[in-house]
Design a protein. Structure first.
Length: 327
């Protein structure tokens, strides 16, 4: 393979056109090696600066969609491996913008997880894990949910593992848009016929409990007995009572704070340390911050920190602080 240089968009376009000419042929015993070399050339282009011509790159990727898909799904191990590695590289260089082309290629990568040959499966899992971590696209959870409904055990196991990675690396705010799919995966995965799926689902639930603690009780209350058992959920009657008490205490603090605000013009910050927050024996700091706004209504900001008193972000511009300890 000759040296490749991309120092201008003109050079980039010239190189891509050469690749396109090769990939327009039909894959046969005589052409597949040429296909593999062409995809490797595109892989090198991606690594040495194709992202500098992002708009052109995306347009060319779309135009080369079908031959790349055919290469991913071919039975030729080597050619499929090169194509899968190419998609992984696209994820690395495009980051979140990979979402633009995710519908084109992610289904094919997931389909590789149904193969009996572990080489295909391992490559697909590596590719998908890189995309999840580098691109931060929580919308992929919807595709993982679809895969969890498939007949293939390896596909369902892979989809569960991809979901676990997604919930671990994604922000709660982004995950909220796909919470129903996430909860479906937990509910169904917990009773899947494949032990590996059930095991991974339990790990997903452990992360869910931390990231979505405010909706945990409501979600658990909707789960059938067997799902709860497989997830390791204990009898929550005592926990629920404790949680309700914590909510009552919090409501009382809010009421006291509102009364204080009516009589004082200072910003009021209430720090308190509760036992058994959210049904655990851990002690957590809770802060209720109320800031007067222009219309004299109070802005409420609540935070939880398991170890230290919360700090007040600079953007709140708190000039006068009154700290009140409430037991």
């Amino acid at each position: 393979m000759t040296d490749i240089k991309v120092e201008s968009i003109g050079q980039f376009e010239t190189e891509i056109k050469k690749i396109q000419e090769i990939l327009q042929q039909k894959e046969t015993e005589h052409t597949w090696q040429l296909f593999d070399d062409a995809l490797k050339r595109l892989l090198i282009l991606s690594r040495i600066g194709a992202i500098n011509y992002e708009k052109s790159l995306l347009n060319w990727i779309k135009s080369l969609r079908q031959p790349i898909l055919d290469a991913i799904l071919t039975e030729r191990t080597r050619l499929s491996g090169t194509a899968t590695e190419l998609i992984e590289e696209f994820g690395k260089i495009l980051g979140p913008k990979f979402e633009i082309i995710s519908d084109m290629f992610v289904p094919a990568i997931l389909k590789l997880c149904t193969r009996t040959n572990k080489i295909f499966i391992n490559r697909a899992r590596k590719c998908m894990s890189t995309i999840i971590r580098d691109c931060q696209i929580p919308s992929l959870i919807t595709k993982f949910k679809e895969s969890m409904q498939g007949q293939s055990k390896t596909l369902r196991t892979s989809a569960a593992e991809f979901t676990l990675t997604s919930i671990e690396v994604s922000d709660v705010g982004n995950l909220n848009n796909y919470i129903s799919d996430l909860e479906w995966i937990i509910r169904e995965g917990a009773v899947d016929s494949t032990p590996a799926v059930r095991s991974v689902t339990k790990k997903i639930f452990e992360v869910y409990k931390i990231k979505f603690d405010l909706r945990l009780d409501d979600f658990v209350n909707t789960l059938p007995f067997q799902v709860k058992k497989n997830l390791g959920v204990q009898d929550r009657s005592t926990t629920t009572t404790t949680s309700q008490r914590s909510k009552i205490r919090l409501q009382n603090r809010i009421k006291e704070n509102q009364q204080l605000q009516q009589s004082q013009q200072d910003n009021i910050i209430i720090y308190t340390k509760d036992d058994n927050v959210n049904g655990s024996n851990d002690k957590e700091w809770v802060v209720d911050l109320r800031l007067p706004s222009k219309n004299k209504e109070n802005k409420v900001v609540s935070e939880l920190d398991k170890s230290n008193p919360p700090s007040i972000p600079e953007e709140h511009n708190v000039l006068n602080k009154k700290i009140i300890q409430v037991q």
